[in-house]
Ligand binder design. Structure first.
Ligand SMILES: Cc1cc2nc3c(=O)[nH]c(=O)nc-3n(C[C@H](O)[C@H](O)[C@H](O)COP(=O)(O)OP(=O)(O)OC[C@H]3O[C@@H](n4cnc5c(N)ncnc54)[C@H](O)[C@@H]3O)c2cc1C
Length: 374
């Protein structure tokens, strides 16, 4: 079949990997000039580790591992108020891998770029399907007909909008915004996440492999801004964090200087079905669980493999089989986020104090749990 995938981040290239091996002719269209490599380290978890192994990429994924030693919280003057070493929350025998998002993007793109046709700086603008195929119009390229179209174009998916309707019907705002931007490594502590909170706002620096990312997360009702306008996103951040203590002024300087940053609402995507006719969705476009879940990469890689497996058994009923196989993992991931926001971005001074006290107790609780298990 001729299959079009929209989006060349994690879900798109993961799916392309399987489809070209199954003998399909695959085109991947990506709006950006090249695969976007920003972002903080991400996790390849549980079933996604098995998928990486099936792809033959696990050794490379493991070589790229980031060795986070823990998280510490600091006050406005940089004094430590709480600390959580990674040993406390890592499970023994855990095969999960934390690695730079850029490394995983490079691996997946590298494993597919010779076999799939990648087209950068382009986007789908219209889709019209009948029983036998989908006619696709592009912003730049000439119109083409495909047997299937897959939206792997993230939370603000254009494929989803064109086929299922306006995104406001499917996005569930979790009351937070998140932004990630590369900063001077001198601002961070190697292999640690250093976090500074005031009520409703978090600013932090994660440093690994001698590089560092600033992470901003703040509570806010839905904001109206243009997702493609970097200046607006920079201004939202600098206004929100103006007057901040600790290293916030230096982090905001990096925001002002950045030519690419990740900025988005912390959203989930909920759809009653991920497929319509000859169009389906994979990854965040269909079932984003939000960065609070730590499961975005896993859902994308496992979803892509399950969709490819379902197609390998025949086109008839393939999308139903894909949904049946993948829904339970998505539901668990989406339900897992309820406490994350309160831990990361406590809303009030009292909640912040409680969070810091809790962080002191967690190592004891975890040690006790380990004792009972052994
Ligand atoms: C630059 C960047 C940084 C990120 N940083 C983090 C992070 O630090 N922590 C975290 O938990 N998650 C982060 N994410 C999200 C994370 O990658 C996803 O949650 C998850 O891995 C699922 O991937 P996905 O491929 O489904 O979606 P995404 O990773 O969101 O990828 C969607 C892709 O589609 C492309 N696209 C969008 N619109 C169009 C269009 N109209 N036509 C063609 N292509 C289009 C985008 O440019 C992007 O490459 C980041 C995403 C991006 C793009």
């Amino acid at each position: 079949m001729r299959i079009l995938i929209s989006g060349a981040s994690l879900a798109g290239p993961s799916l392309a990997f399987w489809l070209v091996r199954a003998g399909h002719e695959v085109t991947v269209v990506e709006r950006a000039r090249r695969p976007r490599t920003g972002g903080s380290p991400i996790d390849v978890r549980g079933p996604a580790v098995d998928v990486a192994e099936r792809m033959g990429l696990l050794p490379a994924v493991q070589r790229a591992r980031v060795h986070t030693e823990g998280i510490e919280c600091v006050d406005a003057r940089g004094r430590r108020t709480a600390s959580l070493p990674a040993g406390v929350y890592a499970k023994a025998g855990d095969r999960d891998v934390e690695l730079e998002r850029a490394d995983l993007v490079d691996l997946l793109y590298g494993a597919t770029k010779d076999d799939a046709g990648y087209r950068f700086e382009d986007s789908v603008t219209a889709l019209e399907q009948d029983a036998d195929g989908v006619d696709v119009t592009f912003l730049h390229g000439r119109p083409e007909r495909f047997d299937l179209v897959v939206g792997a174009d993230g939370t603000h998916s254009v494929v989803r909008r064109l086929v299922f309707g306006e995104e406001s019907r499917f996005l569930r705002h979790l009351g937070l915004y998140v932004s990630i931007v590369g900063v001077d490594p001198e601002l961070g502590r190697e292999n640690w996440g250093v976090l500074h909170n005031v009520p409703g706002r978090l600013a932090g620096v994660y440093r690994y492999h001698g590089k560092a990312d600033a992470v901003f997360m703040f509570r806010s009702p839905e904001l109206s801004y243009d997702h493609h306008d970097l200046d607006q996103q920079r201004k939202l951040l600098t206004d929100t964090y103006a007057g901040g203590g600790w290293r916030v002024p230096a982090l905001l300087d990096a925001v002002r200087a950045a030519d690419d940053l990740y900025f988005d609402a912390v959203n989930q995507v909920h759809l009653p079905t991920w497929s319509r006719g000859r169009v389906t969705l994979v990854g965040d476009s269909g079932y984003c669980a939000s960065p609070l879940s730590g499961m975005g990469t896993t859902l994308a890689m496992v979803g892509a493999a399950r969709l490819a497996d379902a197609l390998a058994a025949g086109l008839d009923g393939a999308f139903e089989r894909y949904e049946q196989a993948h829904r339970p993992l998505v539901a668990t991931a989406q339900a897992s986020v309820s406490h994350g926001a309160n831990m990361l971005v406590p809303a009030t001074g009292l909640a912040l104090w409680r969070r810091n006290q809790l962080t002191k107790v967690i190592p004891l609780v975890m040690a006790a749990r380990r004792m009972f298990r052994s």
